[in-house]
Design a protein around this ligand. Structure first.
Ligand code: CA
Ligand code: CA
Ligand code: CA
Length: 658
């Protein structure tokens, strides 16, 4: 630094000149307004351009006094000044061939034109000022904080950018700065059905958000619509009378008013957004597929499993094919049981079809219910606005991550931090369309944390449709924000429950990785992560024989919409114990690996997209000694077989990393 005082001072002066025109914050009426930024410097100020020099160009470089600096900075301004008769100043380096150049008294585009003609210059472009994308604020009136006409006063705090007082907010605003969702990406809500006439939902045919869907409730009494399965998933109400609670098919179901549960989950996923009415939906432009599987006193696993399959576009006998297959299925339902085979089979089938299954953890403060405890599910626990577990939420190692589920904090008055969604005023049959509030109808429960994650998955798939379910889950998990500690030292750590019969943990507790997942859902970070490419190693065998040649295939790798994979790099990871060599190029979508000695091979594939983002996938192959006719002997053969099986499972899990 001190070796070039003149250049240093000149740059400092330029920086000061730039800084002087920047912040303008007072509004004309003297009231404090949002910070504004003046227009970028004009020709009267500083022109700044980025200049890339040809590889053949001579380089003038400033001495690097700092031993940590690997390459001295480019300083070509003096040479260019002499050649072009303009006083130029050196700016920062971009790469070994590219630097910024400043000038006064000339327009930036004129400067760029002059320098572009230089024989040593490859290209010149304007060095444009870039801005952080501002949080997107939809105009739905229930979105902002400070509600006075209705409750909760916090409005849709859940969707806003997280703050010190509401650290659990999921930053849907950050996600919306990247995408407002592709309407072709469908999120299915397997629930009690919906109210199509709600003005903040509506049918897609009439410009609304709800696809036609289907009603899978096969038992007519449960369905409460007069028949079994049918093509209308409208929610007729699921109330239980005192008499029904006493005897009959709904005995002990609990006397209750209609819940309009499905209308609430649907609104959280995809209420009409920025329509100057009611609420914003987490998924903004995502469409919602209503699949009715619950009615009075819930519903049966069989109907839910059929609904999961149909939602994903798979066949269900006796039901017409779904013309709008979903990429995400939300399950805000369940029971305190181990995962039933019927659930797991449906979940496995739709995951194989590329569908992300998201489920709520349940609301008893004990172990995660089914289907949240099934394999391959993104399972969502509920947190308070401060990021601690909300008392009622189930918990345990099956949880993927946590999201706000609604909490009140206060013991009297209206609930302070519920979620807000679309609903209906009817206590039995449908009445007027409404929104939930901080009153008796408050939206509270892990049922409402789950759709926040489901909609986020839909936004992720909107920017990168080829992401496989495991990649969506990994990126959701990896981008979750760390659980904040409680400000109250008396709040205990959550503990892993022993099961469904464990003493319920119904008080606030501090989340840990094995109780509430990897952290707090962050929609903004998750969608940003979805923009990264997906490295996929296909057709990698679990085992091979020494001397065998392996064909490696990365053609299933993918990039986000509008980007392409532009580079592939194959390598063997350092922890490989077998000997092998690549035959031919290692920078294409396919490679050939020739094995020579036994051991374990860890193949690493790095892909780079046209935006320069990278992703790595690794796969493991066990290389066994070549059989020499005699075959492996007893114990050794069995050990090798066991190892191969183990690795097969590992590869199966690891094949789609990130
Ligand atoms: Ca029916
Ligand atoms: Ca029906
Ligand atoms: Ca709205």
């Amino acid at each position: 630094m001190t070796s070039r005082p003149t250049a240093h001072l000149r740059l400092a002066a330029l920086a000061l000149a730039t800084a002087l025109v920047l912040p303008v914050s007072a509004a004309p009426d003297g009231e404090r307004g949002p910070a504004r930024v003046a227009a970028p410097p004009t020709s009267a100020d500083t022109a700044r351009v980025i200049v890339r020099f040809k590889a053949s160009a001579p380089r003038e470089r400033a001495l690097a006094a700092d031993p940590r600096v690997r390459e001295p900075a480019l300083r070509m301004a003096r040479v260019l000044s002499q050649r072009h008769g303009i006083t130029l100043a050196d700016g920062a380096s971009v790469d070994p061939q590219t630097q910024v150049v400043f000038a006064h008294g000339i327009a930036a585009d004129a400067l760029a034109q002059r320098l572009a003609g230089d024989a040593d210059v490859e290209w010149v472009q304007l060095d444009r000022r870039q801005r952080a994308f501002q949080a997107v604020v939809p105009n739905d009136p229930l979105f902002p904080a400070g509600q006075t006409a209705v409750t909760p006063a916090a409005g849709q705090w859940v969707l806003r950018t997280s703050t010190a007082s509401e650290p659990a907010a999921i930053d849907a605003q950050g996600a919306w700065a990247l995408t407002r969702g592709a309407s072709g990406i469908v999120v299915a809500v397997i629930d009690t059905g919906v109210r199509f006439e709600h003005p903040d939902l509506g049918r897609t045919l009439e410009g609304g958000k709800l696809l036609p869907g289907y009603d899978f409730v096969s038992d007519a009494a449960t369905a409460n619509d007069g028949d079994g399965r049918d093509a209308d998933p409208s929610d007729p109400g699921d109330w239980i009378t005192a008499a029904e609670d006493r005897r009959g098919p709904f005995e002990d179901c609990g006397e209750s008013d209609s819940s309009w549960h499905g209308t609430q989950t649907a609104g959280l996923v995809g209420a009409m957004t920025n329509n100057a009415l009611g609420i914003a939906g987490t998924g903004w432009d995502l469409n919602v597929l209503p699949v009715r599987a619950l009615g009075k006193c819930g519903g049966f696993v069989s109907d839910i499993a059929a609904g999961i399959r149909w939602a994903a576009g798979l066949s269900v006998p006796g039901v017409p094919a779904n013309p709008h297959p979903a990429r995400v299925v939300n399950l805000s339902l369940g029971s305190a049981n181990r995962c039933d085979s019927a659930y797991q089979a449906a979940i496995d089938a739709v995951r194989a079809a590329g569908v992300v299954v998201v489920a709520a953890a349940g609301n008893e403060g004990v172990a995660v219910n089914q289907p949240g405890n099934c394999v391959g599910v993104v399972t969502v626990a509920g947190v308070r606005h401060v990021g601690t577990k909300v008392g009622y939420s189930n918990l345990g190692p099956e949880v993927t991550l946590a999201a706000p589920a609604g909490n009140c904090v206060n013991l009297s008055g209206t609930c302070l931090y519920p979620l807000v969604s679309t609903s209906n005023a009817g206590t039995t049959v449908p009445a007027a369309s409404t929104y939930t509030s901080g009153g008796d109808d408050a939206t509270l429960g892990t049922s409402f944390a789950s759709p926040l994650a489901a909609a986020t998955a839909g936004l992720m798939l909107s920017v990168h449709p080829a992401l496989v379910p495991d990649a969506v889950a990994t990126r959701l998990r990896d981008t979750a924000r760390a659980f904040p500690p409680s400000s109250d030292p008396s709040v205990p750590l959550c503990r892993v429950p022993t099961g469904f019969d464990d003493t319920p943990q119904l008080a606030e507790c501090v989340c840990t990785a094995d109780t509430c997942g990897t952290g707090l859902l962050d929609a903004g970070r998750a969608v940003a992560a979805a923009l990264r490419p997906q490295a996929v190693l296909s057709a990698l065998p679990a085992s091979a024989e020494a001397g065998e040649t392996l064909a490696l295939d990365a053609s299933a790798s993918s990039a986000a919409s509008g980007r392409q994979i532009v580079a592939w790099r194959w390598a063997l990871a350092d922890d490989s114990s077998a000997t092998a060599e690549f035959v031919g190029p290692t920078d294409g979508p396919a490679a050939t690996l020739s094995t020579s000695s036994s051991g374990t091979l860890v193949v690493a594939l790095t892909v780079t997209d046209s935006a320069g983002a990278t992703s790595v996938a690794t796969g493991t192959v066990v290389v066994n000694a070549a059989s020499s006719g005699g075959g492996a002997s007893g114990a050794g053969f069995i050990a090798a077989l066991a190892l191969a099986t183990f690795v097969l499972h590992r590869v199966g899990r690891r094949r789609h990393t990130r």
